[in-house]
Design a protein around this ligand. Structure first.
Ligand SMILES: Nc1ncnc2c1ncn2[C@@H]1O[C@H](COP(=O)(O)O)[C@@H](O)[C@H]1OP(=O)(O)O
Ligand SMILES: [Mg+2]
Ligand SMILES: [Mg+2]
Ligand SMILES: [Mg+2]
Length: 368
């Protein structure tokens, strides 16, 4: 169903992204049902890509781009430019529940050029390949003026252990200043439960978790999944002293967490920027909490040695280069991008959008 142009851009984006996230989740479920995951090692055995990652990204980027051709989109996966996108990868409907909500006043006039969308087509890929299906999420993060502002987390296999045929897909979405929807919170949680990585752990990560004096540590996969544990009050904090998470891992979770009063920052408590030209790795690590954020920041500061802490610093975005401005302009005005069919051009656009990151200023430094 179409949506009136009078609806603020941000709410149209969220409404469309919720619908698209269900389509992407279905794609991930279909890949699993067929049984051939098509696993590729991108950077060793803990940095994988599957057919679900590839197809879900094509679905999300192509669908968003078709409806919002002037908005910058960054997807995690680098995809071959010539693939034709199947008809059923395009989701052009809008979620009507989202549209029942009023856009927060300060976000009513958001413009295309102020928005950057960060897409993680499948978060928790390693766990997906190992059958920890509830760790897997589809993440669409919407940043406005460099701030994580709205987020969509779709859990394609929610309740997979209780329900036959891999559970069902559920969608949690939130907008800063409006709130988050699609989940229930347990009223209270005792102790100091800390969640962290299951598949990317090292000495520094473990030491930093210990610095926060946990009563229990939940080692689970996925950035989206761990923030779901926070908002559902199954954990108090998510501590990840590593540069392994990227902007598409944290943008959607951060917006949703903020909209329920929580905080997601680097491990020093500093904000993570989400501008189009930012370094993709979260070089300052990740610290997320539902409340008492400063308490965790101080525990890390007081209990982790300064040399280790100094390795984590959030890189501020560089001023946009002339090349970046021109390529963005080109991307926005190319009339071929406005085609109606799901042609090769659409797939090229989708891929170009997701490849833009290879051309960004951050990639001059391969460590970032
Ligand atoms: N060292 C790493 N290499 C690749 N991806 C990482 C790394 N560390 C974290 N990630 C990404 O951040 C997510 C959260 O980390 P973790 O599961 O270790 O807590 C991972 O699921 C993965 O996202 P993705 O699965 O989308 O590639
Ligand atoms: Mg990955
Ligand atoms: Mg991820
Ligand atoms: Mg991913």
């Amino acid at each position: 169903m179409a949506v009136a142009e009078s609806v603020p851009l941000l709410m149209r984006l969220v409404s469309s992204s919720v619908a698209i996230s269900y389509r992407a989740a279905k794609i991930a479920r279909d890949v699993l049902s067929k049984g051939d995951l098509g696993i590729v090692e991108k950077g060793g055995k803990n940095d994988l890509q599957t057919e679900a990652d590839r197809s879900a990204q094509r679905c999300i980027v192509a669908s968003l781009h078709k409806q919002f051709p002037n908005i910058a989109i960054f997807g995690e996966e680098e995809l071959a430019p010539t693939t034709k996108i199947p008809d059923d990868f395009f989701e052009l409907n809008f979620d009507q529940e989202v549209l029942k909500h009023e856009c927060p006043k300060d976000l009513k006039d958001v413009k295309n050029e102020e928005v950057v969308i960060w897409v993680d087509p499948l978060d928790g890929t390693k766990e997906f390949t190992e059958g920890f299906l509830d760790h897997v999420t589809v993440l669409i993060g919407i940043a406005v003026r460099g701030v994580a502002t709205a987020g969509i987390i779709n859990q394609p296999f929610y309740g997979y252990e209780e329900f036959p045929k891999y559970g069902k897909s559920r969608c949690i979405w939130g907008v800063k200043g409006l709130g988050s929807y699609g989940f229930e919170r347990t009223p209270n949680l005792e102790g100091n439960i800390i969640t962290t990585t299951r598949s990317h752990s090292d000495y520094t990560i473990t030491k930093t978790v210990q610095a926060c004096e946990p009563t229990e540590v939940l080692r689970v996969g996925g950035a989206g999944h761990k923030v779901l544990l926070l908002i559902e009050k199954k954990a108090h904090a998510y501590v990840f002293a590593s540069i392994g998470c990227k902007k598409w891992d944290t943008c959607a979770p951060e917006a949703i967490l903020h909209s329920v009063g929580g905080t997601l920052s680097d491990i020093h408590g500093k904000p993570i920027p989400y501008h189009a030209n930012v370094v993709h790795k979260n070089t300052g690590g990740v610290l997320a909490t539902v409340e008492n954020h400063d308490w965790y920041v101080n525990k890390i500061k007081d209990n982790v040695d300064p040399e280790t802490l100094a390795k984590f610093e959030t890189v501020k975005p560089a001023p946009p280069t002339l090349e970046a401005t021109l390529s963005r302009k080109k991307l926005n005005v190319n009339p071929q991008d406005q085609t109606d069919g799901n042609t090769e051009q659409d797939s090229d656009v989708a891929t170009r959008m997701s490849r833009k990151r290879r051309l960004g200023p951050d990639d001059s430094n391969s460590k970032l």
